[in-house]
Design a protein around this ligand. Structure first.
Ligand SMILES: Nc1ncnc2c1ncn2[C@@H]1O[C@H](COP(=O)(O)OP(=O)(O)OP(=O)(O)O)[C@@H](O)[C@H]1O
Ligand SMILES: [Mg+2]
Length: 773
């Protein structure tokens, strides 16, 4: 174990002990009669926990390595054979002489010296001392001082990183993993009554929680860490987790600890597609990502809107600060004048400030008897002295507000910034600066090109040169880039980024470019063209392309006769099929959010969501809210009824809405539509235990040639049967032997097939109800 690993491991242990003190875990450990020390030892040795902790500690490792490297460069402080030259010797005499001479002068004349002279001469003497020391001291000594200062800053960076690590370890690793571990220690409870101690994490927005390691996640991790990554397509139904995988890949969550991070660029596919505009947009996104990477950390702002806001905010803040300082100066001047005026009344106008100060000090020291005696004798001088004191204090306060306080705040905040700063890649050096310049120039050119075509935002531009507007732009600029040129320039730029930042400086291990939701391109032909054309950009060394498309859209396109699935499959070197959660993955997802969810409730959530992560998140939130309202133990059958009712109401609204959109072109359609709407109305008011007859009636109405109305009726019928099956399953006796878990998996399958393969789903549900498999 390296020293760094040993440190991370002790941080992990410390974080575990802290988290174990929290009520949620403390009570669970008591209940399970576990020894906290054992828990800490076992969890801290779990490979997945250790791996995550190492990943999180990468910035600390970098900071420590910087300190170590810097320590190794320790200069020799004082050359033993140093012989000062004449100039050096004189400089070394002048510096202390000037300093001591000034101290001597201060001792003698300090009392009567005007402040301005004191400040000016002190600054001058310090500057002389600094210059003489620089000239007189050996270079090694000066370098030694610089080395020590840099070491102090690097150490401070390390401290800041360690603070961050502790926080992240607790929030992102220890709590979820401890929940998972504790759940695995409990023999699964088959309790049909839900009693959660702390279920708040259940209501976390789905995207907030820890990631479940599905096969798709692992596949993407492998792709990210390939030595030469290629183009990867992600396909899966809606809400299955494609964007989640992409986001995690872009955030370097999948990049191995020993590799440098990847530069992430996220773009979303356009609604209407134009090849040239899209590649230009992609190029602009890459330029922005490079500029952001090379910008100082404080300047990184993500979007132009934020940058503009920051500029405007800084301007207004400066104006407000100046106004505040001026206000304070004015107040200070007025209060000082008042204080001096009243001091004159109290102690006479001596013209000698020292006399006034002495009198005022004596007055303040003897305040209580002075005031009592003076006030009882009706002495106005005492009143004036009190007013002097009051105004002097207010003046001192104003002075503090516009000098001392801002200075102190600035010192503290700059120290905090320094401590919290995470070391980014080196941002200087000719190759980096040249890359910065190129990125800026490309961005400017792209903006110009974008404003002179009909735009990325939607319209498809006319062929180059055919628009009247072009003649003007052509006069001002070089010929606008054609589509092949646009592609070439983007590839060229990506290759340059790789050359400079990956091969040259080694600050990155590559670039990840993600294009999410290609299905947003509504027109299947455009989508297919997009997939064929985007291939031109793929294949740059060290550039990983991640492109996602929903299965539902691919199927819809194919139904319209466009072989989009073929185009999608053939465009990529690797295809990742993102599949819904299995029961184990759903259990894992729930276990990391709440302790002690009994197994039957896991089955319930899994089959209501069909294993789709997005729906699982929604079901968990519904479960949490209802459990909270319940304020006590909650029976499985009641939970099933309530969750089904909630889901059913939403679905009935959706079915009714869709039914109303169907064209009433024949008398038969009108009749079927009336029947469907009537059945939906009945289902809305019926008890969830009595849905079966309505479902069967609806199904009978779906017989005949497939038309939109029969398909909708079949889907609605299947949905009602699904609801009835869930209520029936969880309403009966549930235990380990009853096989409810297996049936729940079957119901979850039916839930997923319902929209596309309604008949299969119906038959499957009927089979489950009659006990067949
Ligand atoms: N492996 C996972 N671990 C934990 N949560 C997940 C996982 N996969 C998906 N989720 C959660 O499921 C929700 C839906 O995922 P996401 O938005 O990525 O789906 P999608 O496939 O992109 O959907 P769409 O096709 O509608 O864009 C997210 O909130 C996400 O947090
Ligand atoms: Mg998505």
């Amino acid at each position: 174990m390296t020293r760094h690993q040993a440190r991370v491991s002790s941080e992990l242990i410390e974080a575990l002990w802290k988290v174990l003190d929290e009520d949620e875990f403390d009570e669970e450990i008591d209940r399970l009669k576990l020894n906290p020390a054992d828990v800490v030892t076992k969890v801290s040795r779990t490979p997945s926990v250790v791996e995550q902790a190492y990943e999180l500690s990468a910035p600390v490792a970098t900071a420590d390595a910087d300190v170590e490297r810097h320590r190794r460069d320790k200069p020799e402080w004082w050359p033993l054979d140093w012989q000062p030259t004449k100039v050096e010797r004189r400089s070394l005499i002048v510096a202390p002489a000037a300093f001591l001479g000034w101290i001597g002068l201060l001792a003698v004349f300090g009392g009567s010296m005007p402040d301005l002279v004191f400040v000016g001469v002190t600054a001058l003497v310090l500057a002389i001392c600094y210059v003489c020391a620089m000239i007189g001291l050996p270079t090694e000594f000066v370098d030694g001082i610089r080395w020590a200062v840099r070491l102090a800053f690097l150490t401070a960076d390390g401290v800041g990183e360690r603070w961050d690590l502790r926080q992240k370890l607790r929030d992102e690793v220890v709590r979820p993993e401890l929940r998972k571990w504790l759940s695995s220690q409990t023999t699964p409870s088959f309790d049909v009554v839900l009693e959660l101690r702390n279920a708040d994490s259940l209501s976390l927005p789905a995207g907030e929680g820890p990631l479940v390691e599905t096969p798709a996640v692992q596949a993407c991790e492998r792709e990210v860490n390939r030595r030469l990554p290629g183009a990867v397509g992600l396909a899966g139904t809606r809400g299955v987790g494609k964007s989640t995988i992409i986001r995690n890949a872009l955030d370097n969550k999948f990049t191995h600890e020993r590799r440098q991070p990847m530069l992430g660029v996220l773009t979303s596919a356009p609604v209407r597609y134009d090849a040239r505009d899209f590649v230009l947009h992609l190029h602009a996104c890459v330029c922005r990502a490079v500029l952001d990477l090379l910008a100082d950390r404080d300047d990184r702002s993500g979007s132009e809107t934020r940058r503009l806001w920051k500029r405007e905010y800084a301007r207004r803040l400066t104006r407000a600060r100046i106004a505040r300082v001026l206000g304070n100066v004015l107040r200070w001047a007025v209060r000082t004048l008042f204080a001096l005026g009243f001091a004159g009344l109290a102690w006479g106008r001596t013209g000698d400030v020292r006399v006034v100060v002495r009198e005022a000090t004596a007055f303040a020291a003897d305040l209580v008897p002075n005031v009592r005696a003076g006030l009882s004798a009706g002495d106005l001088r005492v009143v004036a002295a009190l007013l002097t004191l009051w105004f002097a204090l207010r003046a001192a306060w104003s002075l503090w507000l516009f000098t001392g306080w801002p200075l102190l705040a600035w010192l503290v905040s700059s120290l905090r910034r320094r401590l919290k700063r995470t070391p980014g890649p080196r941002r200087h050096g000719p190759p980096i600066e040249a890359l910065h310049k190129v990125a800026e120039q490309h961005l400017r050119t792209i903006r110009f090109l974008q404003t002179h075509t009909s735009g990325w935002s939607g319209k498809v531009s006319a062929p180059i040169g055919t628009e009247a507007g072009w003649s003007k732009s052509l006069a001002k600029t070089e010929q606008p880039w054609t589509h092949p040129e646009v592609v070439d320039r983007l590839r060229d730029f990506l290759a340059l980024v790789v050359d400079v930042l990956v091969d040259g400086h080694g600050v990155l291990s590559g670039v990840t470019i993600a294009i999410d939701e290609v299905d947003k391109i509504g027109d299947p032909e455009e989508a297919q063209r997009f997939l064929n054309e985007i291939k031109g950009v793929f294949g740059v060394r060290h550039c990983l392309f991640l492109v996602s498309m929903s299965d539902d859209a691919l199927t819809a396109f194919e139904r319209r006769g466009i072989p989009a699935r073929d185009a999608f499959d053939s465009a990529f070197t690797t295809m990742i099929d993102v599949r819904p959660f299995t029961l184990d993955e759903s259990r894992d997802w729930l276990a990391r959010r709440a302790l002690g969810i009994p197994e039957p409730f896991v089955w319930l959530c899994h089959c209501l969501s069909g294993g789709l992560p997005r729906d699982l998140g929604r079901t968990a939130i519904a479960l949490h809210d209802a459990h909270k309202r319940q304020k006590g133990p909650w029976h499985l059958a009641d939970a099933a009824r309530l969750l089904v009712r909630r889901d059913l109401d939403l679905k009935i609204r959706a079915f009714t809405h869709t039914a109303r959109q169907v064209a009433r072109d024949t008398a038969e359609t009108t009749g079927r539509l009336r029947d469907l709407l009537e059945s939906l109305r009945q289902a809305a008011s019926a008890d969830v235990d009595d849905l079966l007859p309505i479902a069967e009636a609806m199904r009978r109405g779906a017989d005949g040639d497939p038309t939109p109305i029969t398909e909708l009726s079949a889907e609605a019928a299947c949905y009602l049967l699904f609801c009835q099956t869930v209520v029936d399953l969880f309403g009966q006796e549930v235990d380990q032997e009853s096989g409810t878990g297996a049936v729940a998996i079957g119901i979850a399958d039916a839930r997923r097939w319902m929209a596309d393969e309604t008949t299969l789903a119906w038959n499957h549900l009927v089979g489950l109800r009659t006990g067949g498999r």
